[in-house]
Design a protein around this ligand. Structure first.
Ligand SMILES: *[C@@H]1O[C@H](CO)[C@@H](O)[C@H](O)[C@H]1NC(C)=O
Ligand SMILES: *[C@@H]1O[C@H](CO)[C@@H](O)[C@H](O)[C@H]1NC(C)=O
Ligand SMILES: *[C@@H]1O[C@H](CO)[C@@H](O)[C@H](O)[C@H]1NC(C)=O
Ligand SMILES: CC(=O)N[C@H]1CO[C@H](CO)[C@@H](O)[C@@H]1O
Length: 242
């Protein structure tokens, strides 16, 4: 799949850290030109230094609506779009505030809607859109009410777009991992008391590695998945069957 990435132009949101950051580096290494969207200047600077020839920074706060369309109207023709930016505010249902709710919906679904609509005129026929969703779209986890609702909305959007963009041969899919061992994932799930009960339901008895997510995204971006459209690839070690 990765050798399929050479000379493609791919826009990745949430490039500053975690999955998006790893994905940008791997795509650049495979010879793609990557437009890396993030809201923290320092993170973008460090990212570009890894490969200035292939990584093009785009400083943009996706929750700032006035800016999104204008900035994105300047991007070149695209072969791929990865909607990866997201937030997760984990609290018991009773403690979630209106602002927590709005932040989730603004970043996790409204921005995906808006970014996708904004760059659609730039998407080549035959290109591929991938969203990084979550197993929480279809399964419940304590403290994840607002987060899960946005992920379910993203899965719905994925299916609707798979239908509407099909005539242009644009495929739209998502990857839906369980806990991913980014730095945040490690920080949040290192306590055996917290991770143990969840791991007990994962037949492979471990969480998802970052490269396991980026490999699945590369598959969906590549021609190797040319007949895969409107799907959610669950990356969860068998959680759903246990
Ligand atoms: C996207 O953002 C623009 C402003 O940049 C706004 O005019 C438009 O209504 C937004 N669209 C959606 C679907 O949120
Ligand atoms: C893209 O696909 C649409 C729908 O089939 C078609 O009308 C349009 O001409 C195509 N554009 C290009 C540049 O091939
Ligand atoms: C998860 O880890 C991040 C730091 O990487 C921290 O800011 C956040 O509060 C943690 N969340 C939970 C629920 O532990
Ligand atoms: C709309 C949506 O589900 N966006 C998700 C994209 O992927 C990131 C993971 O990096 C999620 O946190 C977002 O919520």
């Amino acid at each position: 799949m990765w050798d399929n990435m050479c000379n493609k132009v791919i826009l990745v949101t949430g490039a500053g850290s975690g999955i998006g950051n790893a994905l940008v580096k791997q795509l650049a290494n495979a010879g793609a030109t990557v437009i890396a969207v993030a809201r923290k200047e320092q993170q973008l600077k460090e990212l570009v230094e890894c490969d200035p020839e292939h990584i093009k920074p785009l400083l943009l706060d996706l929750s700032n609506w006035d800016n999104v369309r204008e900035v994105l109207s300047a991007v070149p023709q695209l072969d791929g779009l990865v909607n990866n930016a997201g937030v997760a505010i984990i609290k018991p249902f009773e403690q979630l505030t209106e602002s927590d709710f709005d932040t989730h919906f603004d970043v996790n679904i409204k921005a995906v809607f808006n970014v996708t609509q904004s760059v659609l005129p730039k998407m080549r026929n035959g290109s591929s859109i991938v969203n990084v969703s979550s197993i929480a779209a279809s399964r419940s986890f304590a403290g994840h009410t607002a987060y899960s609702a946005t992920k379910a909305a993203v899965d719905s959007l994925t299916k609707s777009l798979a239908l509407e963009l099909g005539p242009r041969q644009i495929r739209v899919n998502s990857v839906n991992p369980t806990v991913v061992l980014t730095r945040m994932g490690r920080d949040n799930w290192s306590e055996p008391a917290k991770s143990g009960p969840l791991l007990a339901h994962i037949p492979l008895n471990r969480f998802c590695e970052v490269h396991e997510v980026t490999d699945a995204i590369a598959y969906l971006l590549s021609e190797k998945s040319s007949f895969v459209n409107g799907h959610h690839i669950n990356l969860e070690g068998g959680y759903s069957v246990s």
